[in-house]
Design a protein around this ligand. Structure first.
Ligand code: NAP
Length: 337
């Protein structure tokens, strides 16, 4: 095993640069002295990540991405592009299959071709997901837990996850990181954690009255996003490729998250401020996703740096600061994905 950063330098190709993790990963790689090229989704405004060379495109445009990657001849490929919302995967299952599944497999084949053409030991890291486990019989889950996805997002991620194993067996240095939920102030507001922290900040400022959620009893294993991109870099630099569960190992309910967020702004009696709307409850919801990341600990030397309360506090603080900077007139134009 080599430690993170030991393989500093080289060239990386990152997909999903406009997302939460893409930005953190690019910042991390640049700090390590890596030349970073990234696929910027044509559908979104260009992300502002200084120092990264952006290439506008779509992961599903396989010939264009293949030509680009073979021309760039990267040492490392990180596939983060995805439709990452489980809720949206019920609305557009075919698109999710194409982006999260088929296009990821095509990128694996591209990595293989680039390796053949350049003779480089190309390293491939796939952002897999705990959703591949669906409703597992046991918690915590680890790398031996059976794949039984219960939503289109998990099914598409499971296909890509299995394909990583196939290419690894073929000889590609390909690792799949089974990422459990990880959060930061960069999470879009459509995700439950950020919905909670942004609404709690607004309630504390007297700018909103109520927080309406789905299932308060769902248990998730929430970590700090920069820790998870650190695991990706460690996996790329490890001597041997493998699959790794990346999680804190500690589960909390949505209710715990709500209580911690209100607690952070000094509101102890929060229950009257929170409502439950069945429209926000998922058709099928994994009830207890908690991961055992011992394998990543042993092989990659990875461990989470940030506890639950600290994570919630950082997100609430960031939303409080955002509100301070935003005039009340803009309240009705807040984005909500
Ligand atoms: P994110 O914020 O949703 O970012 C995903 C990025 O992929 C977005 O910039 C998106 O662009 C881009 N994208 C979507 N379709 C694309 C396409 N056809 N071609 C090129 N780019 C495309 O997700 P994240 O939170 O950073 O997560 C990173 C990865 O980890 C994802 O693969 C996600 O599924 C996986 N993961 C995340 C978590 C988590 O808790 N964050 C947990 C498990 C797994 P648009 O916005 O324009 O669509």
């Amino acid at each position: 095993m080599t430690s993170a950063g030991a393989n500093a330098g080289g060239r990386a190709f990152v997909t999903g640069i406009g997302g939460q993790d893409g930005g953190y990963l690019a910042e991390r790689l640049l700090a390590d002295g890596v030349e970073v090229h990234a696929l910027a989704h044509a559908a979104e405004p260009l992300p502002d990540v200084p120092g990264v060379e952006l290439h506008v495109g779509d992961l599903t445009d396989v010939p264009a991405v293949r030509e680009l990657v073979c021309r760039l001849a990267p040492d490392e490929i990180y596939n983060l592009a995805a439709l990452s919302s489980v809720a949206r995967s019920w609305q557009e299952p075919d698109l999710v299959a194409a982006v999260n599944g088929t296009a990821a497999v095509a990128l694996l084949e591209t990595a293989w071709l680039a390796r053949e053409r350049t003779g480089k030991d190309v390293r491939f890291v796939q952002a897999s997901s705990a959703e591949i486990f669906g409703q597992p019989e046991r918690s915590p889950q680890d790398e031996r837990t059976p794949l039984r996805p219960v939503n289109p997002y998990g099914a598409a991620k499971a296909y890509a996850h299995l394909a990583v194993g196939v290419y690894r067996a073929r000889g590609l240095h390909a690792s799949a990181l089974v990422l459990y939920n990880h959060e930061s102030p960069r999470r879009p507001r459509g995700f439950v954690t950020r919905k909670i922290t942004s609404t709690v900040a607004a309630i504390a400022a007297g700018r909103e009255q109520r927080l309406v959620l789905g299932n308060l009893d769902a248990v998730r294993d929430w970590g700090w996003a920069p820790d998870y991109v650190d695991a990706m870099v460690r996996a790329a630099h490890a001597e041997v490729a493998d699959d790794y569960v990346v999680a804190t190992g500690v589960g909390h309910t949505v209710r715990d998250f709500v209580a911690a967020a209100f607690g952070h702004v000094g509101i102890a009696d929060w229950e009257p401020l929170v409502g439950v709307d069945p429209a926000f409850v998922r058709p099928v919801d994994p009830t207890d996703l908690t991961g055992d990341s011992s394998h990543a600990g042993e092989r990659l030397g990875w461990r989470p740096s940030t506890g639950f309360e600290e994570l919630v506090g950082r997100m609430v603080d960031a939303d409080v600061a955002l509100l301070r900077d935003r005039p009340r007139a803009q309240d009705s134009s807040r984005s909500s994905r």
